[in-house]
Design a protein around this ligand. Structure first.
Ligand SMILES: [Zn+2]
Length: 225
């Protein structure tokens, strides 16, 4: 029986001596590149494609490694299983933590610093939610995980009822986020100018209407650029 250390040395030698080493290295670099892109991109469809691409490249790299193994193929399978566990963990936990990346990316601050009623209002609609504002003159709002983000531009030009309409719409997204598929959760649930065809958006609007009425919702939408 060989020890794990021997296995790892043998494993490294197998890969090192293999003709496939450039291909394996290339696939790992592509996978890391796509994963970085996945963390940075804002477009939901790009996020889905880059995540799937990163997974496929990594599986390709592991399959190529497996085919070069002359000593311990078991170790390749173990590495693969570890990879599946880690990437599944990322898939499951990243949506919940993604808002932390957004806070840093937008340099967002708690809304309670400038608006005193917003936290209470939203927490009555969606428990344990957090609301942030960020510096942008363009009026926009979106939700991710347990957080809602509102731009300074929106806070400046929307009156209180219109803001409540937007926050109620986003609060609906927070409440239903965990029922949508994981990759869908990574997309930002926005408040958009045009009455959206998407079912989720219509349901969020209907909820906002129940809370604040049709008027503020429509005038809020009309103020969007
Ligand atoms: Zn929405």
């Amino acid at each position: 029986m060989i020890s794990i250390a021997d296995e790892i040395i043998c494993y490294a030698e197998c890969v090192n001596n293999s003709d496939l080493l450039p291909l394996i290295t290339f696939l790992i670099v592509v996978s890391l590149f796509l994963f970085t892109f996945y963390l940075k991109t804002k477009t939901p469809i790009h996020r889905v494609i880059s995540f799937a691409g990163a997974q496929l490249s990594m599986v390709g790299a592991i399959a190529a490694t497996f085919s070069t193994m002359e000593c311990s193929r078991m170790l390749t399978i173990e590495v693969y299983l570890a990879y599946v566990l880690i990437s599944t963990g990322v898939m499951l936990f990243l949506p919940g933590l993604y808002y932390k990346i957004l806070i840093r990316r937008h340099n967002a601050r708690p809304i309670s610093e400038i608006v005193d009623w917003a936290d209470d209002f939203v927490n009555k609609l969606a428990n344990n939610s957090q609301i942030y504002y960020f510096d942008s003159a363009i009026p926009k709002a979106f939700a991710s995980g347990k957080a809602i983000f509102v731009s300074v531009g929106m806070l400046e030009i929307f009156d209180q009822q219109e803001l409540k309409a937007v926050l109620a719409h986003e609060a609906w997204h927070l409440r239903h986020n965990n029922k949508t598929p994981i990759l869908r959760q990574l997309s930002l649930m926005t408040f958009t100018k045009y009455r959206p065809e998407q079912e989720l958006e219509l349901m969020a609007d209907r909820f906002a209407e129940e809370i604040v009425g049709k008027g503020p919702l429509e005038s809020a939408r009309a103020k969007l650029i």
